[in-house]
Design a protein around this ligand. Structure first.
Ligand SMILES: NC(=O)C1=CN([C@@H]2O[C@H](COP(=O)(O)OP(=O)(O)OC[C@H]3O[C@@H](n4cnc5c(N)ncnc54)[C@H](OP(=O)(O)O)[C@@H]3O)[C@@H](O)[C@H]2O)C=CC1
Ligand SMILES: O=C(O)C1=N[C@H](C(=O)O)C[C@H](O)C1
Length: 266
């Protein structure tokens, strides 16, 4: 039985991951929150709503990592990089779902994962990962004649924008079209901003209420358009995906993998 520890255990995703790990027959060996968090000391299962587990939420990163086979971490990029560093020191695996990584932070993650197997993915759902695959084909087939715009909608508590999933969708499309995402992504239009260029990929963000996560990529041509949409109704396919990744990654060769590797979509 895979021993899974969860970082960000009292968070929206952390709670669902604890439930998913139990449902998948894994052992929840530890649960982490930051020092000073009001949930430290509480039973992780009671907080997650799946009944007492006898595992108190801890703020001791080293002890929790030592007790697990794999750490699942849904927090922030800075916290995830620290966790990756500690997992590398203790030769444990890690699955990171946090989003909002800068290119520099991503490069650091690749370096830190040199000696341990790690998964880093902005979206753990099967549906979104199949969309990544479809988007590549659609973009290649349509070529430069269709304008690409990406719109994402999330709840009002989300801290990063655009979502990690939207950024990855933009990167997939840009790569398929032979463009550099960092040069063509357009996040803002206001005032007399000029006509749309052919190369740009518009990235639009909507925040409100309790929207779990919705992404649409528009390929807009003359007289027709294609829309590829994914709508998440609950967080459960993200949490189940992260547990699937955790079971998959333990024992793999060192290196940084993504969900396409886990799902065999490459
Ligand atoms: N890859 C995927 O499939 C998905 C990725 N995400 C991403 O996961 C991340 C978390 O999302 P969500 O669960 O909604 O966010 P939440 O804010 O609900 O949860 C994050 C939790 O991590 C805690 N935390 C902060 N710092 C530390 C620390 N140093 N050690 C341990 N715990 C810490 C937070 O505590 P506090 O509140 O005190 O800061 C909070 O409880 C985001 O980046 C989000 O975009 C979300 C869904 C799916
Ligand atoms: O913060 C969230 O909630 C989500 N974040 C991920 C992202 O930024 O892509 C994935 C999902 O859409 C939910």
């Amino acid at each position: 039985m895979t021993k899974i520890a969860v970082c960000g255990a009292a968070g929206r995703m952390g709670q669902r991951i604890i439930v998913a790990a139990r449902e998948a027959g894994c052992t929840v060996s530890g649960a982490l929150e930051r020092p000073g968090h009001e949930m430290v000391g509480q039973d992780a299962g009671l907080i997650a709503g799946c009944g007492a587990l006898g595992i108190a939420i801890s703020d001791d990163l080293n002890a929790v990592v030592e007790g697990c086979d794999v750490l699942i971490d849904f927090t922030t990029p800075k916290v995830s990089l620290k966790n990756l560093e500690v997992c590398a020191l203790k030769k444990k695996s890690i699955v990171i779902g946090s989003t909002g990584f800068t290119p520099e932070e991503r490069a650091l993650a690749v370096e830190l994962a040199r000696d341990i197997p790690a998964v880093l993915a902005p979206n753990m759902s099967v549906g979104v990962n199949v969309c990544f695959k479809i988007l590549k084909d659609v973009a290649k087939t349509l070529g430069d004649d269709f304008d690409v715009e990406i719109v994402e909608l999330h709840h009002n508590k989300k801290k990063d924008a655009p979502s990690g999933t939207a950024v990855r969708m933009g990167e997939v499309v840009a790569e398929a079209l032979g463009r550099d995402y960092n040069k063509v992504a357009t996040y803002h239009r206001e005032g007399i901003c000029g006509e749309r260029t052919k190369e740009e990929i518009g990235m639009q963000t909507v925040r409100g209420g309790d929207i779990v996560g919705e992404h649409t990529v528009y390929f807009i041509g003359m007289g027709e358009r294609i829309e590829i949409s994914h709508r998440a109704m609950t967080r459960d396919m993200f949490s189940r995906g992260s547990v699937r990744a955790a079971q998959w990654v333990v024992g793999k060769q060192p290196g940084l993998y993504d969900m396409q590797d886990v799902l065999g979509l490459k």
